[in-house]
Design a protein around this ligand. Structure first.
Ligand SMILES: Cc1cc2nc3c(=O)[nH]c(=O)nc-3n(C[C@H](O)[C@H](O)[C@H](O)COP(=O)(O)OP(=O)(O)OC[C@H]3O[C@@H](n4cnc5c(N)ncnc54)[C@H](O)[C@@H]3O)c2cc1C
Length: 300
């Protein structure tokens, strides 16, 4: 049996697309290996209808339930590779050895974030330690904030965050080189720079930091932090062998109206695509791609 569409990635974009496609009564499989950025964020604050915050786990659980109610086949596994057949259809090869044939393909595999290896950090993500200034800059308005980062990347974020607060401290956790001009700008903006690894994170209660200790033993108190680590990986390798166009930054280029890639019958949504990396954007992408996948299924 061939699926009408196989969705690789069951995060926000993939689940929203699955729900929309399920409501057209298409025969859909969604393959997900249970990681992704929506598993990391314990509190989204910029989502319509959720002024007090909502977790990624909540969205994922609700999304799965909703998708299952439309008979979407949820497969908990890793998609390892894709074969494109001569007739324009696809076979998705799973880690468990299964091969899934499908007429259309939706890629929603997102990004893999590099999170520093510090005990207690994961429950803080989205609650008191943030990643995205557009999402959570507001949370640090006039508040003392530590930026834990890598070289220039952390320096840039530290400067950017002065839009919300003047009380920024930059810890160059990766001890990477920082350009001279950036160092000068940090100084001009009164941002102390510590060239030390963070050795310990302190929490007043789970999910809420109270400060950090550096490898030289120095302690810094603060209730908020941002991460600006190098090493984020765009999960687009799986698209390579079927000829999907990737940009220099490894994001996938899509038609902005349809979300279809340069390869016919292959769509891409969410953080995988080159645009703002936001939950609401992933949701919108998922719905929009699903509409065009439906049109394409009708005409084939
Ligand atoms: C700490 C943190 C805080 C954030 N805060 C905000 C915020 O406040 N507001 C906001 O709008 N956005 C925020 N974001 C960003 C938001 O979480 C993402 O934009 C959103 O999750 C993107 O959805 P997605 O579906 O593209 O990717 P994801 O949610 O990452 O889902 C991708 C899915 O693909 C699966 N997958 C990947 N590869 C494979 C494979 N080969 N086989 C099977 N499955 C695979 C993963 O398991 C995952 O479930 C935050 C992100 C982080 C990390």
């Amino acid at each position: 049996m061939s699926y009408d569409c196989i969705i690789i990635g069951g995060g926000i974009g993939g689940l929203q697309a699955a729900i929309q496609l399920g409501r057209y009564n298409h025969n859909i499989a969604i393959v997900d290996n249970g990681s992704g950025r929506s598993t990391l964020c314990k509190e989204y604050h910029n989502i319509l209808g959720w002024p007090d915050g909502v977790s990624g786990d909540f969205f994922r659980e609700q999304g799965r339930k909703q998708a299952l109610s439309y008979s979407v086949n949820l497969i908990e596994d890793t998609a390892c590779s894709i074969t494109k057949k001569d007739n324009g259809t696809f076979v998705v090869h799973l880690e468990n050895g299964a091969d899934l044939p499908g007429k259309k393909l939706l890629l929603a595999t997102g990004l893999t974030e590099r999170i520093p290896n510090l005990s207690g950090i994961y429950p803080c993500l989205g609650k008191s330690i943030y990643i995205c200034p557009d999402c959570d800059g507001y949370e640090i308005t006039n508040k003392k904030t530590i930026v834990i980062g890598s070289g220039n990347k952390g320096a840039h974020l530290s400067l950017l965050l002065t839009y919300w607060t003047e009380d920024i401290i930059y810890v160059n956790h990766d001890l990477e080189e920082i350009d001279k001009d950036l160092k000068a700008k940090l100084k001009t903006n009164h941002i102390p720079l510590y060239q030390e690894e963070v050795s310990e994170l302190h929490c007043k209660e789970e999910g809420y930091i109270s400060g950090i200790t550096l490898s030289n033993g120095y302690k810094i108190e603060a209730n908020h932090a941002f991460l600006a680590m190098k090493g984020t990986k765009v999960n687009s390798d799986i698209a390579k062998n079927i000829g999907v166009e990737r940009l220099e930054n490894m994001h996938i280029h899509v038609n902005p109206r349809t979300k279809e890639t340069n390869v016919p019958n292959v769509w891409a949504v969410g953080d995988l695509v080159n645009h703002s990396q936001l939950l609401s954007v992933a949701m919108g992408d998922g719905a929009q791609a699903a509409i065009w996948i439906h049109k394409s299924l009708q005409s084939s």
